[in-house]
Ligand binder design. Sequence first.
Ligand code: NAP
Length: 241
Amino acid sequence: MKGVIVTGASSGIGKAIALRFAKEGAFVALVARSEDKLKENVKEIEGLGGKAVYYTADVRDFKRAEEIVKDFHQKAERIDVLVNNAGATRDKFLIQMKEEDFSEIVDINLKGTFNFSRAVSRIMLRQKGGVIINISSVVGITGNPGQANYAASKAGIIAFTKSLAKELGSRNIRVVAVAPGFVETKMTESLPEDVKKAYLETIALRRFASPDDIAGVVAFLASDDASYISGQVIVVDGGMI
Ligand code: NAP
């Protein structure tokens, strides 16, 4: 049974990814801060006949990441896949952006990705195999006004991914980034209708992504069908950029 860790698995894309892996027969560890939602998601997976556990954590906490990985490794015996999906936004123009708006977003999105990658890497090196999938964003490629903190963190994830792919590839560890466009989740639901409409007009497929659109690509990248893909950024944006 594959052992899979998904951060930010309490809602949105992370929840869809966790469900997808569980349906494919993996043992999944769901990580986030909201215990109630994590519990519900584990119940949902168990209801489908799948196997899952949850861990409450703030991904900014390096020691907690190590604890979780150690504990899950004992339970699952293997860690085949890590999906660094936890992420947050604090959208503001630079002139209004406070120091903590910048550091908080970089800490959650980029350092959180480092924390869990660092923790699983030792195990994957010993296993001589594994896949790390980092959820970036198209704005990490294009930039976006009002999102300098978020875009910088997501661009950082891309450089981090490419570096790890080169470092770990000789041990059969693949590292890939996924850059979604506009996905309908809690993160995007509060955007004003006129902003959503303007985004929609830039999307070739003229629809927003569902979390399952992203989960399917993540599942493919984790599978043996993608065994020769590493160090790449897979854009999943319906033809937006
Ligand atoms: P979401 O529904 O708001 O989910 C965000 C997830 O991250 C939640 O599970 C949240 O859980 C977790 N999280 C946030 N801060 C955390 C922290 N400090 N420690 C641990 N977990 C934390 O949004 P989403 O759209 O699914 O986002 C998932 C990922 O996709 C993010 O990395 C986001 O940047 C990326 N993305 C989204 C879009 C989009 O259009 N929605 C586009 C491109 C990329 P708790 O609050 O329970 O901790």
